[in-house]
Ligand binder design. Sequence first.
Ligand code: FAD
Length: 540
Amino acid sequence: MSPRRRKFWGWGYEGDILSEEELNWLEGTWAPFFGIEQFEVTPPPTVEEVDLPPPRLSVPSQLAAICTTEPYERLRHAYGASFPDSARAFARDFSHPPDVVAYPRDVQEITALLDWCYAQDIVAIPFGGGTSVVGGVEPPPVAERVLTIDLTRMQRVLAIDEASQVALIEAGAAGPVLEEQLRPGGWTLRFFPQSFEFSTLGGWIATRAGGHFATLATHIDDLVESVELVTPRGLIVSPRFPASGAGPDPLRLWLGSEGIFGLITRAWVRIVRRPRFRASASVRFEEFEKASEAVRAIAQAGLYPANCRLLDPWESLGSGLGNGTQAFLVLTFESADHALDPWLRRALELCADYGGVVESQASESGQGESHRQGSAGRWRQRFLRMPWYREAMTARGIISDTFETAVTWERFPRLYEQVRLTTAQAIREVTGKAGWVSCRLTHVYPDGAAAYFTFCALGKKEALVPQFWEIKRAALNAVTEHGGTITHHHAVGRDHRPWYDRERPMLFAEALRATKQTLDPRWLLNPGVLLDPPSGPGVI
Ligand SMILES: Cc1cc2nc3c(=O)[nH]c(=O)nc-3n(C[C@H](O)[C@H](O)[C@H](O)COP(=O)(O)OP(=O)(O)OC[C@H]3O[C@@H](n4cnc5c(N)ncnc54)[C@H](O)[C@@H]3O)c2cc1C
């Protein structure tokens, strides 16, 4: 339906793959790491190769213009972007695709789609960019019939209230699409998750995504003023206030609702002027423990850097920084209004207190690019290309994934050590070989930090998904046993349910169920995500 099609089996657009040079780097790095001569490479699937079950729905004529059963569309909407999704795509396993995919253009069309689902007991799955890494958009295997509702035809910036610095934006707008519309007025949402290129405003709100800012406005929650939600029972719009103390806030219920209460169709979000002043530095530490204490001191000093990414020695090495024992801190202060050199100076004094040595430092106003050079620039470059590496690694039988948490400072050192150790042990036990485990702090708070782990292991091509789950289960158990939340920003979906169910208070689960029952009485919206339908796990 779109002129430039996204790959149904990987990241980015069709034809957009790693360069020869990047592939050489990948193989030249990982083959010796795993002690093998060379990789056997599985080619990506083609639409024709996949044995796709026929659709079990026929689309009513009044909805035909916005619905499709084209094989490519059903494949493209069958999975999100997690490792198991990638592994199943390379295994040509698409056994539970949606039967129909719809591209509504407004609230009326969404209402008509939900009416159809309610008339015929069809499961409805809201879909934004499909970048979920927690099984959030995948049809449940036992569902009878599934309609996936893709919001990306709704992508306009509808209004800008300049006095209040907020914009009304349709939920299907992906990062570049909304930024492009804000830019002419000098505005920006300045919300940059790593999946920015394809993930959408509605997806960010539904998953409480984490973006650019390492402190203060870390989640999309902080940028949302009001949300419009279409439920099977009707439309709900949360009132527009900068803040309110009027009882529990309806907006808070839609944030993180992961498509189970309704479809987010538009939102008023807080926009800012593009930053003109930047003060940035990268700092090297000989000990990660000391580096994390420096970061804690910065977070508790009321300095609020926009970027405060601390890379452990393995994460640094993987980004081309240091010798494998040193940690690196990438620090940036930014403002549209004033220079921030005194803030940076004080942060660097705190780093020095913990043994930090400044590797590079820059201060600029206007459109300078120095914050994109040096160690910070090298890290940024790897960070941006990472999504494309995933599929090339899956094709070579490398299990690669990330998981993230947030934990109080007091518990952080033990969590970090134990999660690293447990994950490394699990990789060795499951695959018989040593693997890779690294960590970075992505967001920092006065009372704790978000720790983001990456792991890689050489799996068996025919058993990548079960091997992955053995490792990931061990890692996530260690995270929660040591006081971390099951997710700081990746959401719950279907994959994090067992841990989320333990973390969530029982009575709160009941209150959520009651809300679900009120808004979606037949439990047709995204069943299995956050809650199980009353008749049992995954049963419709
Ligand atoms: C390479 C990569 C990098 C990532 N980086 C980050 C990151 O930096 N920060 C971060 O927070 N996450 C990150 N993620 C995870 C993912 O991008 C986020 O969860 C994102 O918010 C999902 O947005 P989406 O539009 O792709 O939603 P989808 O994946 O389409 O959907 C996610 C969930 O939201 C629901 N949903 C989507 N749109 C709507 C809507 N309009 N109304 C109601 N429900 C809806 C879906 O049903 C599903 O449950 C990353 C993922 C990948 C693959």
